[in-house]
Design a protein around this ligand. Structure first.
Ligand SMILES: [Cu+2]
Length: 484
């Protein structure tokens, strides 16, 4: 016993020492985390390849001076003929990493600190470890973990089997005693009856609790921020109310009768095969109610998706790809320039024809801004696999399918500033999420959505660069452009 206590004590001391050493590095790593999340996650993760390689162990693979140069301008390093740079570039099919020339040395160093801190976190069994970068110390940690796990698992299995054997034996003995006495020792029917009652009370209680405590935390409990959202919410609430009442009545009766009419030596079961009147009643009433719900739903859906509405609405393209979103605004001519998947390259990420006049004033952004009270039609386009654009606060969801344009027209009614006041959350932002598991970094597919007043909107759009000014095709882009 004493040995155990010592062991536990020393483990705590070692853990405390480790934590304190991590703490001193934490601050720079924190800054690095912010920079990393804002600038690198669209292409990098620590433990998996995204667009660029996994960065686990990059702080060991390269020295600091090299990393400073690389992050600030990797292409310059490649062109200078640096052997390491040329190798990574070629190993990654010559994809071009964004340059971060405006980063300071301190910032890049904080990024390196972040990569170091993340790399040294013990790898879990599911994350792919990258060949050559897994250090021997983390390997030891994982293998001893596994050893511990398997020992515990075996112990649990053996104990469980023994327990089950003992329980079976006890019941066997009790049944034999019952046989001798001519009357069962355990009243199983009674126990089952009370279990059914307990299940009813516990289940209904838990469901009610869950409903009361967690519903207010969901987006659906918040005021919808779009015109059609009000109708949507009313349909949702009516359906929930009706099905909720039916659920409580039917489940209540089911378990209550299971308890009330549990087997009893004094009572004989009644043979009651069918009753046409009952069958008719409980078929016709739900059929009518469901018809009303479905017809209202269909009518609402066809009015929400009415194509005529899109005519007067502002067109914005929403472009989804593994694993991020872009928005494209039509610019002064109010026409979204044509696109072609064959033109998609590293710089021309959206495959918009850079030579087309209507495309030159298009504006590509990482945020989605709407004007309050102004109908907007989102034109969805996917680059690679099926995504789903979900704007929960606006009650908008539409699949985003490669090669199949989809759209959704709606009118935002509450500005971001108003919603912040309404919710009492000064940092609140609307969001667009991917709602379809589309790959390993699906969770990263989020885009900030802002509802502006006209003035705020104009001010924001004015600061965004036009497509023509950023879309100078790179080497790999001209290659893709040539394939016509
Ligand atoms: Cu997705």
């Amino acid at each position: 016993m004493k040995i155990f206590i010592r062991l536990i004590q020393s483990t705590f001391i070692i853990a405390a020492l480790l934590l304190s050493s991590i703490n001193s590095q934490a601050q720079t790593a924190d800054e690095g985390a912010q920079l990393f999340n804002a600038n690198c996650t669209s292409c990098h993760a620590i433990n998996e390849k995204v667009v660029g390689p996994a960065l686990k162990g990059a702080h060991k693979k390269y020295d600091e001076a090299w990393l400073l140069k690389w992050v600030k301008n990797s292409q310059a390093l490649v062109k200078s003929g640096d052997a390491q740079a040329v190798k990574v570039y070629n190993d990654n099919n010559q994809s071009v990493m964004t340059s971060f020339t405006n980063f300071t040395d301190v910032q890049v160093k904080s990024l390196i600190a972040y990569i170091k801190a993340e790399s040294e976190k013990p790898a879990t069994a599911t994350t792919a470890s990258v060949a050559g970068s897994t250090t021997s110390s983390t390997m030891d940690a994982t293998s001893s973990n596994e050893g511990l796990e398997s020992k515990i698992n075996w112990l649990i299995i053996i104990i469980s089997v023994l327990l089950i054997m003992i329980i079976v034996l006890v019941f066997d003995i009790l049944a034999k005693v019952g046989d001798i006495q001519g009357k069962p020792v355990i009243d199983w029917y009674g126990i089952n009856g009370f279990l059914l009652l307990g299940f009813l009370v516990l289940g209904m209680g838990a469901a009610t609790w869950e409903f009361i405590v967690h519903t207010p935390l969901t987006v659906n409990a918040q005021t919808p921020a779009s015109e059609h959202g009000v109708i949507y919410d009313s349909m949702f609430n009516i359906t929930l109310l009706l099905t909720g009442i039916v659920f409580i009545i039917t489940e209540g009766l089911l378990f209550w009768y299971g308890f009330k009419y549990r087997s009893n030596a004094k009572r004989k079961a009644l043979y009651y095969p069918d009753n046409h009147k009952l069958e008719l009643i409980w078929t016709i009433i739900p059929a009518i109610v469901l018809t009303v719900l479905v017809v209202r739903g269909l009518k609402t859906w066809s009015s929400i998706t009415d194509r005529a509405q899109a005519e007067n609405a502002q067109k914005i393209e929403v472009y989804g790809y593994q694993f991020a979103w872009n928005a494209r605004y039509a610019g002064t001519d109010n026409i979204l320039g044509p696109h072609d998947f064959r033109k998609i390259g590293v710089v021309n990420a959206l495959g918009v024809d850079p030579n087309n006049e209507t495309a030159k004033d298009d504006i590509v952004t990482n945020e989605l801004h709407f004007k309050v009270g102004q109908p907007v039609v989102l034109k969805f386009r996917a680059k690679d696999v099926i995504h789903s654009a979900y704007l929960p606060h606006f009650r908008v969801q539409m699949n985003v399918v490669p090669g199949l344009p989809t759209q959704f027209t709606f009118t935002p009614t509450v500005t971001t500033a108003q919603m912040r006041v309404l919710l009492g959350k000064p940092n609140f932002d609307y969001i667009l999420l991917c709602n379809k598991i589309c790959g390993s970094a699906h969770y990263r597919m989020k885009m900030k959505v802002v509802v502006d007043t006209q003035d705020e909107y104009n001010k924001w759009l004015g600061t965004q660069p036009k497509l023509a000014s950023i879309s100078t095709p790179s080497v790999s882009d001209t290659k893709t452009l040539a394939v016509k």
